[in-house]
Design a protein around this ligand. Structure first.
Ligand SMILES: Nc1nc2c(c(=O)[nH]1)N[C@H]1C(S)=C(S)[C@@H](COP(=O)(O)O)O[C@H]1N2
Ligand SMILES: [Mo]
Length: 402
C-alpha cells in the first residue's frame, strides 16, 4: 500500500469513516475472541443453526424457505445457507494476507515470493457494493431422487442452498491489475484457507477452482462485507470471492492465494466435481459454470393451511441466465396455471405473490415455474447427471389443507 501515491492517499482520506472504524476496530477486538472461544467446542459452522431456520446436512446448513417469508430482498446473515467442504476456519485479519503469484503476472512471482495484500490494503482500495446471489450447484439435488426416482451423489439439498446479499469489497480486476496482470494471462485459481478437502481417503488439497481471466475482470468482487457487516466467519472472513451468476463453488471463501497463469489451470473442482456426467453427456463430462432457473415458495415443507380462507402465497424465482421474466403458479398439480404478481424491489431474484383460497381439505402440491429472459421455461423433468447438479425442473411442494 503506497500512501505516497496521491490518488491512493486521497481515497484513504475520503474513506467512509464509520465503515473504516468498524472494520478496523473489529480486527483488534472480535477476531481474537473467535479464535479463543470458538475453536474447541463448535462444529463445522460457527453461527447458531436453529431448527426453525436451517436443515443441517453434515458440514452444511440449508435455509428453510419458510424462514424467508416476510424478510426483504436480502437474506439476513442469520438465515443465509452455509456450504462448507470441511469447516469454518477462524482467521485473524491482522495476520491474514492475500497472495498472488504465477506466470500471468509481471515478473512471474513464485508462490514463495508472492505479491501480497493485507486486510488494510483491501480496505484502502476503491470499494464497490453489489447485490448478488450465491447458489450451490447442488441446490435442489434431492428432487432428482424424490421426483424423478434417480440416484445421485452429494448433499441432498431441497431449495435452500441459495441466498442474496449485499456484498462490499474490491473488484478482483483492481487487485489483479495492481498485482501486475499481463495481457497473456488466461486463468486465475483462487484458493481457500480452510482445511484440505479429503474425499474417499484422498487429500485433494485446499478448496480451489479456476476462473477464466475474462470472467475475473468482468464482475467478480473480493468481498469483505456482507449486508453491511464485516464478512462473518462462516461466509469467508476476512475476504471471499463473489462470482455473480456462476455456481457457488466459484465464490471461494477465506480467500488466501490466487494463482494467475498464462496457461489453463485445473483443480479437482473443475475436473472431477462440478461437471455434468451421465448418459446424456460426453465421457469427459461437461463443465458446470452458470446457474439455471429455479422457483421456491416461502412455505415450510408439508405446511398446513386452513380451508375456506385466502392465503397470499409468496415465493421467489431466480436465474443465472439473465433474470426472470414471468412466474406462473399451479395449485392443482399442474393442470392449470396463473401468473404470479411481482412484489418488492431488488436484485438477485424476483419476489412474487399469488392468492389461493382452497375450499376442500386434503393434500395438495403447489408448483411454481419461471420463464427467464431468454424465454426458457422451467421444465417438468431435469436432465439427469450422476452428481445431481442444477436441478431446474418445477418442484412439487406438498401442503395439507385442513
Ligand atoms: N474455501 C472454500 N470456499 C467455498 C467453499 C468451501 O467449502 N471452501 N464452498 C463453496 C460452495 S460449494 C458454495 S455453494 C459457496 C457457499 O457460500 P456460503 O457458505 O457463504 O453460503 O461457497 C463456496 N466457497
Ligand atoms: Mo456449492
Amino acid at each position: 500500500m503506497d500512501l505516497t501515491d496521491e490518488a491512493t492517499y486521497d481515497r484513504a482520506r475520503m474513506w467512509d469513516r464509520r465503515t473504516f472504524l468498524r472494520l478496523t476496530g473489529l480486527t483488534a477486538t472480535v477476531a481474537p475472541l473467535w479464535t479463543s472461544t470458538a475453536a474447541a467446542d463448535t462444529g463445522p459452522i460457527v453461527k447458531p443453526l436453529p431448527a426453525e431456520t436451517f436443515d443441517v446436512h453434515g458440514t452444511n446448513a440449508e435455509t428453510r424457505w419458510g424462514a424467508l417469508a416476510g424478510t426483504g430482498n436480502l437474506v439476513p446473515i442469520d438465515r443465509f445457507f452455509v456450504r462448507n467442504h470441511t469447516r469454518t476456519p477462524l482467521l485473524s485479519a491482522d495476520t491474514w494476507r492475500l497472495q498472488l503469484f504465477g506466470t500471468g503476472l509481471r515478473g512471474a512471482p513464485t508462490a514463495d515470493n508472492p505479491v501480497e495484500f493485507s486486510y488494510q490494503d483491501l480496505l484502502y482500495l476503491p470499494a464497490e457494493t453489489v447485490t448478488a446471489r450465491i447458489e450451490c450447484a447442488g441446490n435442489g439435488r434431492s428432487f432428482y431422487t424424490t421426483q424423478q426416482n434417480q440416484t445421485v451423489s452429494g448433499t441432498p439439498w431441497r431449495l435452500g442452498a441459495v441466498g442474496v446479499a449485499r456484498w462490499r469489497g474490491v473488484r478482483l480486476a483492481t487487485v489483479l491489475e495492481r498485482a501486475g496482470l499481463r495481457a497473456s494471462a488466461v486463468d486465475v485459481l483462487p484458493q481457500g484457507l480452510d482445511p484440505d478437502f479429503v474425499a474417499g481417503g484422498v487429500n485433494l488439497g485446499p478448496v480451489r477452482r479456476p476462473l477464466p481471466v475474462r470472467k475475473a475482470l468482468e464482475d467478480v468482487l473480493i468481498a469483505y462485507e456482507m449486508n453491511g457487516e464485516p464478512l462473518p466467519p462462516d461466509h469467508g472472513f476476512p475476504a471471499r470471492l463473489v462470482v455473480p451468476d456462476w455456481i457457488g463453488i466459484a465464490s471461494i471463501k477465506w480467500l488466501g492465494r490466487i494463482e494467475v497463469s498464462d496457461s489453463p489451470l485445473v483443480s479437482p473442482w473443475n475436473t472431477q466435481f462440478y461437471r455434468f456426467v451421465g448418459p446424456d453427456y460426453p465421457p469427459e463430462g461437461e463443465l458446470v459454470s452458470k446457474q439455471n432457473t429455479k422457483s421456491a415458495f416461502e412455505l415450510p415443507w408439508n405446511s398446513t393451511l386452513a380451508a375456506g380462507r385466502t392465503h397470499h402465497l409468496t415465493g421467489r424465482s431466480w436465474s443465472g441466465t439473465g433474470g426472470v421474466r414471468k412466474v406462473e403458479v399451479s395449485t392443482d398439480g399442474g393442470r392449470s396455471w396463473r401468473c404470479a404478481t411481482p412484489h418488492g424491489q431488488g436484485r438477485g431474484w424476483l419476489r412474487w405473490t399469488v392468492p389461493w383460497r382452497p375450499t376442500d381439505p386434503g393434500s395438495y402440491t403447489l408448483r411454481a415455474r419461471a420463464t427467464d429472459r431468454t424465454g426458457a421455461v422451467q421444465p417438468d423433468i431435469a436432465s439427469y447427471n450422476t452428481q445431481g447438479y442444477l436441478f431446474g425442473a418445477v418442484v412439487h411442494h406438498p401442503v395439507t389443507v385442513t
